[in-house]
Design a protein around this ligand. Structure first.
Ligand SMILES: [Zn+2]
Length: 449
């Protein structure tokens, strides 16, 4: 059989791998490539394989870099089953609709600026047609994804519904990791590492890094609330927001009872999905009542309610997307509250280069800096904090633990979903530690196994 690497090869975006057996092909993930616009335009429209030849898609989890090109596949004429865990299916339905709205807005912006008449990669109808193809399969239940290809999902502990995918066919046992999570993440169970694979197709995002210890959330809240300030938290609506509100709830008694506003309709919908899937929650999650709600937590859905927060008096925590301050409601909160030196901005996630979030973070020592929000200049005086160690990805020790669990039987290790430095560094260790053929495959490469 063969494995073809069609995305997230020597990069962390657009996860897509095709497994071709004697009796059929399955696509492992169908992620959106996110990068420079022209390249993204091509990479998300051209799949590099015959779309109609694919028997089924197996989706490891709902993050857009793993699921976001599914509607493009459907738009290209594909209509087979998409297997995913029940929580992944629910989250993907929401997130693909949100992604379609972003695709439509983005193309409209480009068309207006450049006088072109481009079509969006896909629209909300394509996202809905994709959602209708999702086939939920609970963890540990074995199903046939193609003739004589037995597949099961196992908890990856990375986001709600995330899975490691075990595939068995032609006497071989393959494990595709999707993204591997961490034992320390709130709400979610620890990753099941499995054992006994002869081939692993594994992520390597933090293949050369050890996560720093988590920052002190209570200390930051006490400091800012003590001077009557507000804390603005740019955060992704899916995962990070729920983990953060859960942590704040658990700090009761150690911080003053200040209101927490989650200003995002998507985050509110996603929180409902979290609530509906207790099979993904680690034991103890419900011991202090509803883990997703508490008296001081307010969900903000309408734009009017969001704008009312501009006049909010007294200390508060406002959590809004986008996580890197590139778009979304966090921008108007920055504009209205960012120039008050009592306030603070708390980053809880990675800030990519060339984003507003990264610029704010890099100048935090200067305290006062001019930034532009929606094209308007403003002086940022708020204090800037960064909490480390909240990543949902396993770091090097976590990835090593996964490899060790399979070392005895391992014959092939393919390291994907990592920048070249991170993937190569991990590959070197895998070669030294196991007898497996170890590769960091390039885009479009195919290997026989
Ligand atoms: Zn992910």
């Amino acid at each position: 059989m063969k494995l073809h690497f069609h995305g997230a090869a020597r990069s962390v975006t657009g996860s897509r791998h095709l497994l071709e057996t004697r009796e059929g092909s399955v696509l492992l993930d169908c992620g959106l490539y996110q990068g420079p616009r022209e390249e993204a335009f091509k990479r998300n429209r051209v799949f590099g394989f015959d779309v109609k030849s694919v028997h089924s898609v197996i989706l490891s989890h709902a993050h857009i870099d793993h699921s976001g090109a599914l509607p493009a596949l459907v738009k290209a004429g594909w209509s087979g089953p998409i297997y995913a865990t029940p929580a992944t299916a629910d989250l993907a339905a929401l997130m693909l609709l949100d992604s379609a709205a972003i695709q439509e807005r983005d193309v409209q912006f480009v068309n207006e600026r450049e006088g072109t008449a481009r079509e969006p990669l896909y629209g909300s109808d394509d996202a809905k047609a994709t959602a209708a193809l999702l086939k939920p399969i609970p963890y540990h239940q074995v199903f046939e994804a193609a003739p004589n290809l037995k597949v099961s999902f196992h908890d990856a502990g990375h986001m709600l519904g995330s899975s490691l995918v075990k595939l068995e066919t032609e006497g071989k046992r393959i494990v595709f990791t999707g993204d591997i999570g961490r034992a320390s993440l709130p709400i979610l169970k620890s990753p099941e590492l499995l054992s006994g694979a002869d081939t692993i197709l594994m992520e390597s995002t933090y293949g050369n890094r050890v996560h720093p210890p988590e920052g002190e959330l209570a200390a930051i809240i006490n400091k800012v609330a003590g001077r009557q300030g507000k804390i603005l938290v740019p955060a992704f609506a899916v995962g990070r927001t729920q983990h953060l509100t859960y942590r704040i709830k658990r700090l009761a008694g150690k911080i003053p009872p200040i209101p927490v506003y989650v200003d995002s309709p998507l985050a509110a919908d996603v929180t409902e999905v979290y609530r509906r899937h207790p099979e993904c929650h680690e034991p103890g999650t419900w011991t202090q009542g509803d883990p997703f709600g508490f008296g001081m937590l307010h969900t903000v859905r309408s734009p009017e309610e969001s704008k009312r927060l501009n006049d909010l008096k007294g200390p508060a925590i406002i959590i809004a997307a986008s996580g890197m301050c590139e778009h979304g409601r966090i921008l108007h909160h920055l504009f209205h509250h960012g120039s008050d030196e009592r306030n603070a901005i708390l980053f809880v996630g990675y800030q990519a280069e060339h984003t507003l979030g990264r610029r704010i973070l890099e100048h935090r020592k200067d305290r006062v800096q001019e930034i532009r929000v929606h094209g308007r200049p403003m002086l940022l005086r708020a204090e800037v904090f960064k909490m480390n160690g909240l990543s949902a990805h396993a770091d090097r020790p976590g990835l090593e633990a996964f490899v060790r669990a399979h070392a005895r039987t391992l014959k092939n290790a393919f390291l994907v979903h990592g920048e070249p430095d991170a993937a190569e560094d991990l590959a070197k260790w895998v070669k030294e530690t196991t007898a497996a053929r170890t590769m960091v495959p390039g885009l479009g490469q195919e290997v026989a196994i």
